[in-house]
Design a protein around this ligand. Sequence first.
Ligand SMILES: [Zn+2]
Length: 85
Amino acid sequence: MSRRRLKVDDEADRWRFRCPAGHRNWEATNNHFFCQSCSRSQDPDHDPVFHELRDLQTGELIDRDELVLDGYEDTLRHLGRTADD
Ligand SMILES: [Zn+2]
């Protein structure tokens, strides 16, 4: 029921929540995530666009819809404002 809260700029959360391949340098977008390391990887199993983050503490994959990303909404508002100018 309750969505998980994750601070996108928090080091501890960055260590805990990874892309499915285990990288830390993912970016959130509106409805999915994007991993910079996967995008540079030649491995076809590493899809840079994905919809679930891996929680290293539990091993679970958590869907984008189940996560509240602290810091992300602010970034969006800021981007929206500048993009409209
Ligand atoms: Zn990755």
